[in-house]
Design a binder for this molecule. Sequence first.
Ligand SMILES: [Zn+2]
Length: 505
Amino acid sequence: MVDDEEDEMQSEQLPDKVKEMIARSGKNPITLFSELFTKVYKSVPDFAFRKVAGRRKDKPIQLYSCTIEMGEKTIEGKKRSTKKGAKTSCALFGLPVLCDAYGDEALSKSTAIEEPKNFQERLKKETYNLFLKLGTTNPLIYATENVISAFFLEDKSTGNVKLLSLATGTKAINGESLSLTGEAVTDCHAEILARRGLIRVFYNEIQKLSEGEESIFFMTKSGKLALKPDLSVHLFISSPPCGSARISFKPPKQPANGDAKKNEDAEMTEVRTEISAAGNDEKKAASLPENPTDMKLRYKTFDGIMGGERLLTMSCSDKLTKWNLLGLQGALLSHLIEPVYMSSLVIGSRANTDHIRKVLFDRIAGFQATVPFSLHLVPIHFIEHTQDVSKANKYSAISMNWNATDDTVELIKTSSGTLPMEAGQSDISEVVPRLAKVKFVQLFKEAATKLKRPCDVTSGSEYTAFKNLAKDYCANRDEFKKWVFKNKLGIWHQKPEDSKRFLVR
Ligand SMILES: [Zn+2]
């Protein structure tokens, strides 16, 4: 064990009936516990916290303990490094006590989830059902719930909907953890990890096709693969993406007109960087403090970042905008497949539709992409969502991702962008996440070979050389970033070039 996050990876022993109840309810353990507690004791639960000193690896650390009075009993959860973690653990220990006090049958009736009314609710339900089911095998997963995101595949010919990739997370790595070897995941926000998971599914589907199995892709005349016409991809996010889409300005007392209105619009739609540090100010959490007039300033160097300059990662609002323009498949895969766009976006909270539409499409409507790329104006749906999201846990130190390829979960430490080190491990190569660049470029090489798709780069080349194979994609991407700057939407910051120049074996 290296630090407190990793100690949390141990799971509580939950009785099967509690696991089932959580999965069936469609609620996280804290919400479920609180609702049932109120039914049984006719009062809201009063969780008590205390700080306790812990030791790990001979170093003192601070942990939280959470207790709840239940009749004659005091229930205490496991000690955890965050309040939400401690509260979740306490709720999990309290649930069997509630079952005994109230009777299993009555409880199971009261936790039955409503049937979804429409397609969008179905996506939300399936997202949470899977998330809650995964949490029963490792309750730490519940503590990563702050933003949840999932990609779905819909088959219009059969009406089937399949979850492909699911992730949670709200953090990007620290500058000093930036990898020069492509072995760390830089951005661990839920939508970003969910998309990387989707790409992993795409590689698996390419492999299936190349082996003559049923696949979501078919071979086109151009020699690239494309998504079958009956299939479409949908994205669910529990809250609006960070960045400009999440900014809500109070309406001015006097309606703004002329220049004032123009400035306000510009501020609300400019591209922004994520902040990884804790802080709950929504506007600050999406802000872009630098405003250099020279676009070259966006090229930070690895040495600069190591010397303490801030590592800038574009916000999810900006990345979603880019996906609507260039597709979800990214540069590498563009060499093998036609662009794949999302067909709808479902946001699990109330938000200003017009504003989000402006951010995701309207602000870049003036950019002319070249074939096969074009701006896709997809429907955005908002649905009410009642999950318990603790403000105190807004920045979870762990992101989780689940992938349909092998039906497994991976937990990523957001401070390092790697998997947690287990006892006996000392080398970064042992903790490379499956969603890291270095893993993807290997999948790309295998896929290109299987499809007999010519690549004029060989092993031993730099990672960027593989990305640059997709000439159309790279040309459109570069033009787009220049266009953003020219049209006063701000600066599209890039990761230091040296972080993309590792040699591919
Ligand atoms: Zn984000």
